[in-house]
Design a protein around this ligand. Structure first.
Ligand SMILES: Cc1cc2nc3c(=O)[nH]c(=O)nc-3n(C[C@H](O)[C@H](O)[C@H](O)COP(=O)(O)OP(=O)(O)OC[C@H]3O[C@@H](n4cnc5c(N)ncnc54)[C@H](O)[C@@H]3O)c2cc1C
Length: 446
């Protein structure tokens, strides 16, 4: 399998579409795939439509961290469940998805970073996590012959997986469990009859279904808006690279204020500029500006503004906001959102890596890529039924941390669409929080 997922490919899932399903899932990222998997296991007739290829967008481009550490308190119980699901999935699906429990380590460049780490510890204690503070000496013992940090925050039970291996493997497992998965099949719109969901219109025809899950990542708000659902979602570009194989200096995932790195199964490291991401302005960015002010103030050092979103991107000025369902939609015009990496950022990260690990030096790069991260104003997702359109459930806006928690939210969404109790308090993820007068309550920036 080649990575990044760009250029032409042969669809793995290209069978015929049925006329009807119990549940139709839009989007073949980790959230759509896991929802489909859990529904299929229960014998639900579920169809997943992906406009491009499974995991072509964020779900293959991410760092691969499966992290409990630093999570929003409302996400934490779902993430703890997700980690145990990851372990079960690794055994159940019979393919190595690269799951390794080698820990997550946050490194403090300054004493004030340690205060931020300490502040998260009560959440870890409440859930019995193994998270603990590390002294300067303990960090030095863990990362020998490396830069000097003031201390760290460490969760040994945290994990990593190989995203571009794991998500396609999980999709195959869903198909084996009975789901119909179809790539290269954009959903152009939702069929509405008598004020509720009646199915979807795809580029390959209509499918009847009275329950639809929208898990379209960075594209979700574009589709939702056609149906009168205002989802204040935007996206930012994040750049990553894979080094050539190098000796092991650390087996897990680590980040300080400047850059992040994690060991990969192929013996290299995935490296990335820590919090730095780029934000292109477009009509949605202007519309939602007020809601994003708290986040922009907090992250002003890590957000770089860019003029206009490139042609065809979800929030580009030229991207249509309305279209006829019998014509080509913006989703077909951009099968895989594949932003180019920012080579200046990468240059800087390579230098930092080399300075941090002088024994390894400035690393050679095997591949470089970027992904558009879908974000919400408070950096936590929307996972909710849509009150104004019965039958529609939204699971999106994972805000840069949806890979690790994917199996957890997949199980939760499967329960939601089946009308079962999801087993966790989902009020933090309600759609109405942006319109019911609630103050924006920012999730952690850890
Ligand atoms: C650089 C980077 C690093 C990250 N690091 C981490 C990390 O270490 N750990 C972590 O937990 N998370 C991480 N994330 C975030 C994580 O990757 C995402 O939160 C997660 O993959 C989102 O999954 P998703 O299924 O919601 O969306 P996506 O993976 O974006 O999938 C959505 C899919 O929907 C499809 N789609 C959209 N509209 C339609 C339509 N109308 N019809 C059919 N298909 C449609 C798209 O083609 C796409 O494939 C990172 C993200 C990036 C980009």
């Amino acid at each position: 399998m080649t990575f990044p997922f760009t250029g032409p490919w042969t669809s793995e899932h290209d069978g015929p579409l049925p006329d009807a399903a119990d549940v139709l899932v839009i989007g073949g990222g980790i959230i759509g795939v896991m929802t489909t998997y859990f529904l299929a296991l229960r014998g639900v007739r579920v169809v997943l439509c992906e406009k491009g290829r499974i995991a072509g967008e964020q779900s293959s481009r991410n760092w691969g961290w499966v992290r409990q550490q630093g999570r929003d308190p409302a996400e934490l119980p779902i993430m703890i469940e997700a980690l145990s699901l990851w372990r079960r999935l690794q055994r159940a699906i019979g393919e190595d998805i690269g799951l390794r429990q080698e820990g997550v380590l946050y490194l403090a460049n300054a004493a004030k970073d340690l205060e931020g780490f300490e502040a998260w510890l009560p959440h870890a204690r409440e859930h019995g996590l193994d998270t603990r503070m590390l002294s300067r000496g303990e960090v030095a013992a863990m990362l020998r012959h490396a830069a000097d940090w003031k201390g760290g925050l460490w969760t040994a039970s945290d994990a990593r997986a190989e995203p571009w291996v794991a998500v396609p493997a999980l999709a195959r497992a869903a198909a084996r469990a009975g789901a119909v998965i179809r790539e290269h099949c954009a959903v152009r719109g939702i069929d509405v009859a008598s004020g509720r969901v009646a199915g979807v219109v795809t580029e390959a025809g209509r499918i009847r279904a009275d329950r639809v899950v929208l898990a379209g990542g960075a594209w979700s708000s574009l589709l939702a808006r056609v149906h009168g659902v205002d989802l204040p979602q935007l996206s930012v570009r994040a750049t990553v690279a894979a080094t050539v194989p190098l000796p092991q200096v650390f087996a897990g995932n680590a980040a300080d204020g400047h850059f992040a790195f994690r060991r990969r199964l192929d013996g290299g490291y995935s490296i990335a500029p820590g919090g730095a991401h780029e934000f292109w302005t477009g009509p949605d960015a202007l519309r939602h500006f007020g809601l994003y002010l708290p986040q922009l103030r907090r992250d002003r050092r890590s957000t770089r503004f860019r003029a206009l979103a490139p042609k065809g991107y979800p929030d580009a000025w030229g991207t249509p906001r309305h279209w006829d369902a019998d014509r080509e939609s913006p989703f077909e015009r951009c099968r895989v959102l594949d932003p180019p990496p920012n080579m200046r950022f990468l240059d800087d990260v390579r230098s930092r890596f080399g300075e941090t690990f002088p024994s390894l030096g400035r690393p050679g790069i095997a591949a470089a890529w970027a992904g558009m991260i879908d974000v919400m104003p408070d950096t936590v997702p929307v996972v909710d039924h849509v009150a104004t359109l019965p039958g529609l459930t939204i699971a999106t806006g994972m805000s840069g941390h949806g890979f690790g928690i994917g199996p957890g939210f997949g199980r939760v969404v499967a329960d939601l669409v089946e009308g079962r109790a999801p087993g966790h308090d989902l009020s933090r993820f309600r759609l109405s929080r942006f319109t019911d007068g609630s103050k924006i309550d920012l999730g952690p920036s850890l």
